[in-house]
Design a protein around this ligand. Structure first.
Ligand code: ADP
Ligand code: ZN
Length: 710
């Protein structure tokens, strides 16, 4: 590999992947050509490889600027697990630890150094300037822009990097950036004629579902049911408020679900614990505010549930993007109620950039209420068009039907006018359904003509229909008048019978596949694979605990699934699995292969026998010593040498230099001449006064045989 080492080799050797994803190879080429680069890729798209692979090929050190401490720790952990020397410097280290790392950098022992932006203050910059920097990578680059949704003041200082190292290529990466933010990143970082790569933001492995107006009690029941049907799988539940996270967490725990909560109001110790527990699979579900997640690199998050409407589409897409980073199918559900909309509007009214935020919320709401493929809307928002419907969102799965809603709309609008347009959603529905609540009687609303005119429709269905009416512009919400509803001009047209209007029928189809049906969908073989997957999870956890890293750092879920599916019973099968590089093969391969063989035997599955020579060959190539191979394969050392002799004779091994030297061969050659023995080892062994071990004699004979001497 020495002379011709290239990005593809690095990808296979250190990351265990056969192929680059679209754009990765081109980005890496540009970086290696010293060009500044801006990379826009969705979460899970594979941004890290874009600077980690060049880092391995460049002579000096690669600085990686990343905003959150937890992310650095995980990324460095994952790199080390792949046999790459990496370290981080941030406020979590004391001076002595930091100094030790700086020294290591000076000795050129570190390929990637992760830094928080705070660390780039004057003194550190002084120290860092002496380092042989080859590349600078800025992760989460949108944090530099006030236009983005996650501005961080510390990031603005990063503009000085390009001044400090004008000749060093800089690569900026982000998962969210609209056009203005994109431009802003380039200007503020001072990128020079950068190449901008925009990957598709589509994440087809994520299912998308939006559910409106489901009452709290039912919602909890649904969520509990959902989680329990997915045993061993972890997920995030996002809530709008801190109190909300604690509340839902308590509800889940009461229902027997293993959950924790996380929000910015907690002490940092408590917060870190919650995060670590989640990352390390000690707790399955985390109920969190949006403060949670940017520092999470966990690749096996299988579901993200929003318990409330997010503020904008950027945030929503990034949050659901935390599911399924390993590319396996993952589920996302968004629950929201009109209460969320009102609450968010209040927040926005009190915030800066009111109009912009208001508009973003509107778009979010439109998305949630839309009747066309949701993925199409999301991708359109990011400037991409999806040709076909996705078939993996609730709209695609349950197409909506329209019906003539004119009479219904008229009832609602008329009730609204008769109550003086001073009431909100809930009271309007109570009037339409003929409720005898105290406040209705006191206001005299039970006397109006449309009182009870809509009692055949349930409360929650009314909520949905009224929301559609709001979106269609038939009614308006007076944000400045206690959120009361008003009939628009357009609504008046309809009320006075000038036109007909369609509403979207509400579906009453069950949302979850009941468990019996799920079982039917899985055949025997997938059942075996699933069971093996569960079993191997345990082995993975054992390694993770021993090494004190999250389980997915050992093998991602995707890799573990592939292992369970392909059931490698030989190291040589294992090496072809995605995500198994040489380093990990060496470290874990044997144990997994052994476990799989045993497990299959315990299930009475006959596994084919592996080719014993090929197996030894693969291990030799992976850098195992003969003794390691013997230990690994539970064979005698002499057997391994006889494999080597065989492989040599069959041209699979080029030379025996590393096993036997010239003078040893000479000695054996002499013994062969003197005894006339060319096949059987024992007489030669005796003739050589038992001084030359058996295996050496075998190798000597192989050498002579191949050379045509015997
Ligand atoms: P991002 O930083 O863009 O969110 P990551 O760099 O964490 O994404 O990559 C997401 C996942 O995809 C990781 O598990 C990573 O190992 C995997 N991955 C990256 N590149 C490839 C590739 N070429 N082939 C297979 N998997 C890849
Ligand atoms: Zn769709």
């Amino acid at each position: 590999m020495q002379a011709t080492i290239n990005p593809q080799d690095i990808l296979k050797k250190h990351f265990g992947y056969e192929q680059f994803r679209p754009l990765q190879a081109r980005i890496i080429d540009e970086v290696l050509n010293n060009k500044d680069t801006l990379v826009l890729m969705p979460t899970g798209g594979g941004k890290s490889v874009c600077f980690q692979v060049p880092a391995m090929l460049l002579p000096g050190i690669t600085l990686v600027i990343s905003p959150l401490i937890a992310l650095m720790k995980d990324q460095v952990g994952a790199l080390k697990a792949n046999g790459i020397s990496a370290a981080f410097l941030n406020s979590s280290l004391d001076n002595k630890e930091a100094e030790a790392i700086v020294q290591q950098c000076y000795r050129n022992e570190i390929k990637l150094l992760y830094l928080s932006p705070e660390r780039l203050n004057a003194t550190m910059t002084g120290l860092l300037t002496k380092l042989p920097v080859s590349l600078i990578a800025i992760d989460e680059a949108h944090c530099i822009s006030q236009w983005g949704h996650d501005f961080r003041p510390e990031y603005t200082k990063l503009g000085s990097l390009k001044k400090q190292w004008p000749k060093i290529p800089l690569i900026a990466l982000t998962a969210t950036a609209d056009k203005i933010t994109r431009k802003d990143i380039i200007t503020q970082l001072g990128l020079v004629e950068p190449n901008v790569f925009v990957a598709s933001f589509d994440r087809p492995n994520l299912s998308i579902e939006v559910k409106f107006g489901i009452k709290k009690k039912k919602r909890i029941e649904e969520v509990v049911h959902f989680i329990k049907e997915r045993k061993n799988e972890s997920g995030i539940i996002y809530c709008l408020s801190r109190a909300g996270t604690e509340e839902i967490c308590a509800d889940l725990k009461q229902a027997g679900v293993d959950a924790a909560f996380y929000h910015a109001g907690m002490g940092s110790e408590q917060r870190n614990k919650a995060q670590e527990d989640f990352i390390n699979d000690r707790v399955k579900v985390i109920c969190a505010t949006v403060a949670f997640g940017m520092g999470i690199d966990k690749s096996n998050v299988r579901f993200v549930i929003h318990n409330n409407l997010p503020k904008n589409i950027e945030g929503y897409y990034q949050e659901i993007g935390r599911a399924g980073r390993d590319g396996l199918p993952s589920e996302t559900i968004l629950y929201y109620s009109i209460g969320d909309v009102i609450m968010l509007r209040k927040f926005i009214d009190e915030s800066g950039q009111k109009e912009l935020n208001q508009e973003k919320l509107n778009r979010m709401q439109q998305f949630s209420e839309a009747n066309i493929c949701r993925r199409k809307i999301l991708l359109a928002y990011f400037g991409e068009t999806l040709q076909n419907d996705c078939n993996n969102c609730d709209v695609c799965k349950h197409p909506r039907a329209n019906f003539d809603g004119t009479t219904m709309i008229q009832k609602a609008l008329s009730a609204l006018i008769r109550t003086g347009e001073k009431i909100g959603f809930n009271m309007l529905i109570d009037v339409l359904r003929g409720s005898h609540k105290k406040e209705i009687i006191e206001a005299g609303f039970d006397k109006i003509k449309t009182f009870g005119a809509g009692n055949e429709i349930s409360f929650s269905d009314w909520q949905q229909y009224l929301l559609q009416m709001l979106n269609l512009g038939l009614i308006e919400m007076a944000y400045d008048d206690g959120y009361s509803l008003k009939v628009s001009e357009f609504g008046k047209d309809l009320l006075y019978g000038k036109r007909q209007f369609d509403l979207v029928a509400l579906e009453s189809a069950p949302v979850y596949i009941p468990s019996q049906k799920r079982d039917l969908l899985t055949s025997n073989t997938t059942d075996l694979t699933d069971k093996l997957f569960d079993y191997l999870r345990g082995i993975r956890r054992e390694f993770a605990e021993k090494e004190n890293v999250p389980a997915y750092v050992i093998f991602s879920d995707a890799t573990l699934k592939e292992i369970a599916q392909r059931k490698p019973i030989a190291i040589s099968d294992m090496i072809h699995i995605n995500g198994v590089g040489e380093f990990k093969l060496h470290k874990y391969g044997n144990r997994f292969v052994k476990e799989i063989k045993q497990w299959l035997r315990s299930k009475d599955v006959r596994a084919p026998k592996a080719d014993t020579y090929k197996e030894t060959m693969t291990l030799l190539n992976a850098g195992y010593s003969v003794e390691d191979i013997a230990l690994t394969r539970q064979l005698q050392v002499t057997s391994i040498y006889s494999h080597i002799a065989y492989l040599y004779k069959n041209n699979s091994i080029e030379s025996l230099d590393s096993y036997i030297n010239e003078s040893e061969i000479d000695r054996i050659r002499k013994a062969v001449k003197e005894t006339g023995e060319t096949k059987i080892i024992t007489p030669l062994f005796v003739h050589l006064r038992e001084e030359v071990p058996f295996h050496m004699i075998r190798l000597g004979l192989a050498f002579m045989e191949k050379a045509g001497e015997i």
